[in-house]
Ligand binder design. Structure first.
Ligand SMILES: NC(=O)c1ccc[n+]([C@@H]2O[C@H](COP(=O)([O-])OP(=O)(O)OC[C@H]3O[C@@H](n4cnc5c(N)ncnc54)[C@H](O)[C@@H]3O)[C@@H](O)[C@H]2O)c1
Ligand SMILES: [Zn+2]
Ligand SMILES: [Zn+2]
Length: 348
């Protein structure tokens, strides 16, 4: 089979490798029909994720068809169309049982293993461990180019942004960063009845997209951001301020937009320490949440996509075939210049 193999920082190749096979009775093999690239893959190529070593197949998102099942797999059969999510779960460890498979103890102490601790989904075939508890059947009415965004960005925006931020009917919400994840939060915050959803980004194209995805207001990030957002929220700030970028300054922006009693929901992956103005924040009765996505909202989101309530397909702006993997990465890496959100990559 062919796969996108990591060869150390800055180096990757779409090359011939041995076929993925069933290794444990709880495994299945999935033929990848659609995959995509995540910002985390760019971090890996940058050399930021030390656990990813030379020879690892990249990618942690796929929709595909099962080609082989292990003896212990009961819930899936050859030919089934499935979503391979970013998080793998054993279903039995303490964290899985408390609904937090992001920290599944069985699969490696962390639920994100594809393209990280084991070979990933940017390949013709992928081995999926703990298939019964990790895979999701894709219903007939849901297209591959919709389901693929349920593997990571949509559940991340929803779980780590909207749910962790406890958006409630009538709430005002700010989303700092309108990339795929921030847009995932914007697409799903309306499900909880937010009255106002304010997108904040430096990029005009992303702000246009945010309005298309359900934001009520778009604010260009800059020195006037807090004043602009306060002006849209009776001078008080928002009930829920979601951070979806991952820089100290954007978390500070998110923190500056929240009203007393509100919640700051951090989604961004941070690489360096952030100094928060606790001398101002302690008296505001605010909550700060953060975390790795569990992807446990996938069944809910799948139903919303199937019912036409979440237009997930809007996330895909560019399409490529497997042999154009390099072009797909180039476009995604320069997403702003290319007016790209997520790329859809298929065999042919
Ligand atoms: N917590 C989790 O489980 C989890 C899962 C997946 C991704 N993430 C993280 O979520 C974050 C967003 O991911 P993404 O794929 O949407 O990234 P992205 O790069 O596509 O989007 C980031 C957006 O932030 C905007 N931005 C940059 N600087 C800004 C500034 N100063 N002010 C306002 N906006 C600014 C960019 O224009 C872009 O639209 C990343 O940090 C990613 O690593 C977290
Ligand atoms: Zn990802
Ligand atoms: Zn587990």
């Amino acid at each position: 089979m062919k796969a996108l193999v990591f060869h150390g920082p800055g180096s990757k190749a779409w090359e011939e490798v041995p076929d993925a096979t069933v290794q444990e009775p709880t495994d299945v093999v999935v033929r990848v029909d659609t995959t995509t690239i995540c910002g985390t893959d760019l971090h890996i190529l940058h050399g930021d994720v030390a656990a990813v070593t030379d020879g690892r197949i990249l990618g942690h998102e796929a929709v595909g068809t099962i080609t082989e099942v292990g003896d212990a797999v009961g819930g899936f059969s050859v030919g089934d169309r499935v979503l391979v999510p970013a998080i793998t779960k054993c279903g039995r460890c303490e964290y899985c049982q408390r609904g937090m498979p992001s920290h599944c103890q069985t699969v490696g102490g962390i639920g994100w293993i594809f393209g990280h601790l084991i070979d990933g989904t940017q390949a013709e075939l992928v081995r999926v461990p703990y298939a019964d508890t990790s895979l999701y059947a894709v219903p007939e009415g849901v297209a591959d180019e919709q389901a693929i965004f349920l593997a990571d960005s949509l559940p991340t925006g929803y779980e780590v942004g909207v749910l962790a931020g406890r958006v409630r009917p009538g709430n005002t919400v700010a989303v700092v960063g309108a990339g795929a994840v921030g847009l995932g939060a914007i697409l799903t915050t309306g499900l909880w009845g937010a009255s106002r959803v304010i997108a904040v980004d430096t990029n005009k194209f992303r702000l246009t997209k945010a309005l298309e995805f359900g934001a009520t207001d778009a604010v260009e990030a800059g020195p006037g951001t807090a004043t602009d957002v306060l002006g849209l929220t009776d001078g008080l700030g928002v009930d829920v301020s979601i951070e979806a970028v991952g820089f100290p300054e954007t978390l500070l922006t998110a923190a500056s937009l929240v009203r007393p009693g509100g919640t700051i929901a951090n989604i961004g992956v941070h690489g360096i320490p952030v100094e928060l103005p606790m001398q101002n924040m302690w008296i505001q009765n605010v909550t700060l949440t953060m975390g790795l996505v569990d992807t446990v909202s996938i069944p809910t989101l799948m139903k919303m996509v199937a019912g036409g309530r979440i237009p997930a397909e809007k996330m895909g702006t560019h399409s490529f075939t497997f042999d154009q993997m390099d072009q797909a990465y180039d476009v995604f890496k320069n997403a702003a210049a290319n007016e790209a959100l997520k790329v859809v990559i298929t065999p042919a």
